[in-house]
Design a binder for this molecule. Sequence first.
Ligand SMILES: Cc1cc2nc3c(=O)[nH]c(=O)nc-3n(C[C@H](O)[C@H](O)[C@H](O)COP(=O)(O)OP(=O)(O)OC[C@H]3O[C@@H](n4cnc5c(N)ncnc54)[C@H](O)[C@@H]3O)c2cc1C
Length: 373
Amino acid sequence: MEKINIAIVGGGVVGHALAYQLSQQGLQDLFLFEKLSYLGDAQSGRNSGVIHAGIYYRTGSLKARLCVEGNTLLFDFCRQHNVPAKRVGKLVVACTDEEVARLEKLLVQAVANSVPELALLDAREVKKYEPNVSVKKAMLVPTTGIVDAASYVKTLGKLASDKGVSLFTNFEIIDIKAEGEEFLITGLHHGKEERFLANKVINAAGLYSDRVAKMIAPDWQVEIEPLRGEYYKFNRKKHEGIWLNQYNVYPVPARVEIGHRQVEVVGVHLTPTFTNDIVTVGPEFVSIADREDYSKERKPKTFFLETARRFFPKLEEADLQEDFTGIMANLKGQSDFIIKADARYPNFIHAVGIDSPGLTSSLAIARLIATLI
Ligand SMILES: Cc1cc2nc3c(=O)[nH]c(=O)nc-3n(C[C@H](O)[C@H](O)[C@H](O)COP(=O)(O)OP(=O)(O)OC[C@H]3O[C@@H](n4cnc5c(N)ncnc54)[C@H](O)[C@@H]3O)c2cc1C
């Protein structure tokens, strides 16, 4: 059995950012284990690709702090390593008086979260930014951007492996037990059982982070309730009425009922991409039981059309094409990330419930975890 220093469970963006951060700090003997055949293929490969500014999260929460910090770190990283990323900006739009009131509250929170350069625009000013967007008011958020998430994960992986990190795919961790100060890790590598003895373990298992947590803390009442986000897309060049300059266009966030629970969602939004004038429309979230259910019973096109037309009125049914889905690691009963050392085993670090804005926050999460180990 091989003895190793640090085991990272999960090869999504958080696992990769950690492998990068810890290897840059000179830590040796790092192993990352990913159960799928491709790295970054779960939540990290199926999201809006938005670099969030940090406006949505309760002031003082981990999400608020790590998103604002992560935004700057991610733009800097992408610039330094030639990862496609662009500070395109965002308009958060209000269509009714009630939404205007919520938008104004959101602005107060965004300022308290130290998001810079915000402005409130009236209907006429909005048209200067995006002529095809028709609303009562909007908040301009210039520090929002987009990133090519696949390229970002790949670059993190390359930099980490250049520093000696071992990145395993097809390696599912099935059991972890404390052995004195160390951890006995059992995994299935291409279906064959293998064991390692690690000094430290970091749980970055995304949708399965609750299950990995329970390998070492079976009594911990923590549960991921997966939500599937569904997307459509259109080509902004198809006709003049759906041309978008560059901005992300988001509705005012809302608390909605999905399945049997109340969830705060950012709402179906328009997001530019790096692919030939394609703009995504989504995500609409639905509750699912199976954490791998990417496709069954999707919401109809008309739903996306009506939702987007509230602020983007010239979009036609024929413009929309079905796009991908992604499954979010939503935590039951809690909206913030959980990032902490295990209550009994200080060398076991949990990153649980890393839903949005986990992509944006990834480098800040990695820095935080580096301080914990
Ligand atoms: C629809 C959608 C839209 C989103 N939009 C945005 C956005 O615009 N901006 C933003 O900042 N964030 C966004 N997010 C959130 C963001 O994608 C996630 O927070 C981030 O990708 C989480 O990364 P992760 O590494 O924690 O999880 P994941 O990417 O899920 O990675 C975890 C990995 O662990 C592996 N794993 C699990 N169990 C085991 C095991 N036992 N052994 C080995 N490997 C295991 C999994 O296979 C997986 O690859 C969105 C998410 C979704 C679903």
